[in-house]
Design a protein around this ligand. Structure first.
Ligand SMILES: Cc1ncc(COP(=O)(O)O)c(C=O)c1O
Length: 383
């Protein structure tokens, strides 16, 4: 038999998926399990959005659209960028994709050549590195630490840069740490990118979930628009993970390349979902964000009271908890399996995000389940 693609063969399978499938099979067997694993909002998609989709079907808006997305949606996204981020873009600079995930994959395809390097700040979302590798480029990981609010330092970036570095990628608000990059850090990254002539890939999908400081887009910093490639979407901001609507915001010469990639792979995203997203642009989801803040405050208070070591998240809906003192020569994945089987709490081990000894708790779940889950963790680990 012929050999399969080596590029894909070398991509690691995800720890998240292993934990998730074990949690699901335990649930199926009837186990009482608190799931702190979800990477998605537990809210329903707003009714107005659902109605807009039904209307689109009834009006037979069910055919191919322009592969970059309908003009009205791209215009709406430009208005959102102006209002929320102070950024002026034209609809041709937006490509609507199947989630932020495809937007990111397209961006990498548009900028990367084999052996180019991308600096990835870790702990990082699980898909960044495999995506970079799928385009035959390399990731150079720069670790950030809880002691430093999970923010990068200029020194650590300078150490990682080489003549092959093409871009730096970061995610703020951050999955999995809950870090939010402040103005000073963004200025430092902007200066670094300009000094080394790098693109900045900014993943802003959690932009609406900030609790202690505002979200700032690095594209709005001096002379940064021309080198910043933003991804965003409706999954987290409007509880629309299943609709698959995301987008890239890039300078025109890059959006043209992105449009080419997309037109030859998936073409337009689902036409009905585009109408739903257009409606979503005018739907205020502050009620969701207010609830996430309450949950953040609750979980922080409970973990503090139980004297766990953790990083207080400033954004997104995740908390990184330090489990090093409970490992007893086990891997974090083994400890998380133990907690799932014997304490009835499922969390994602940090290994997949590039951070050992920590686990990610998602608080995109009810306050009642947060209470139950943290109580279980406390009584099992702090006995
Ligand atoms: C950091 C981060 N970026 C991007 C995405 C992609 O989301 P979507 O493809 O649903 O827009 C996710 C989803 O979990 C994420 O956590």
């Amino acid at each position: 038999m012929q050999k399969l693609s080596q590029t894909i063969e070398f991509i690691k399978s995800s720890v998240t998926l292993r934990i998730d499938s074990r949690a699901k099979s335990l649930k199926k067997q009837g186990k009482d399990l608190v799931l702190f694993t979800a990477g998605e909002p537990d809210f329903a998609t707003p009714n107005e959005v659902k109605k807009a989709a039904i209307e689109a079907i009834n009006k037979n808006f069910t055919k191919y659209t322009k592969s970059s997305g309908i003009l009205e949606l791209r215009e709406g996204i430009c208005q959102k960028l102006k209002k929320d981020n102070g950024l002026l873009y034209s609809p041709d600079e937006i490509v609507v994709s199947n989630g932020g995930k495809q937007a990111l994959f397209n961006i990498f395809g548009a900028i990367l050549n084999p052996d180019d390097e991308v600096i990835v700040l870790t702990p990082a979302w699980v898909s960044y590195i495999p995506q970079i590798e799928m385009w035959k480029a390399k990731s150079v990981q720069v670790e950030t630490f809880a002691e430093n609010d999970y923010l990068p330092t200029e020194e650590s970036l300078e150490k990682a840069v080489t003549i092959k570095t093409k871009a730096i990628l970061f995610n703020s608000p951050n999955n999995p740490t809950g870090a939010v990059y402040d103005e000073e850090t963004l200025k430092m990254i902007a200066f670094f990118a300009k000094t080394h002539d790098l693109y900045v890939v900014a993943d802003e999908v959690y932009e609406k979930m900030v609790y202690d400081l505002p979200h700032l887009s690095i594209a709005s910093f001096d002379e940064m628009k021309e080198r910043t490639l933003v991804i965003n979407g409706f999954s987290k901001s409007h509880a629309m993970t299943g609709w698959r609507v995301g987008y890239s915001v890039t300078p025109l010469e890059i959006s043209k390349e992105i449009a080419k990639i997309q037109s030859h792979t998936t073409s337009n995203i689902n036409s009905i979902a585009q109408m739903a997203a257009l409606k979503a642009l005018s739907v205020d989801t502050k009620y969701m964000m207010d609830e996430y803040k309450k949950r953040r405050d609750l979980i922080v208070q409970m973990l503090s009271k139980a004297e766990f070591k953790f990083f207080k998240p400033k954004g997104a809906f995740y908390v990184m908890i330090d489990l090093n003192e409970f490992l007893n020569a086990r891997t974090t994945e083994e400890l998380c399996m133990d907690l799932m089987e014997n304490a009835g709490v499922a969390m994602i081990p940090g290994d997949g995000f590039g951070t050992l000894g920590f686990a990610r708790i998602s608080f995109a779940t009810s306050q009642a389940l947060i209470k139950k889950g943290v109580e279980r963790l406390t009584s099992y680990l702090k006995r």
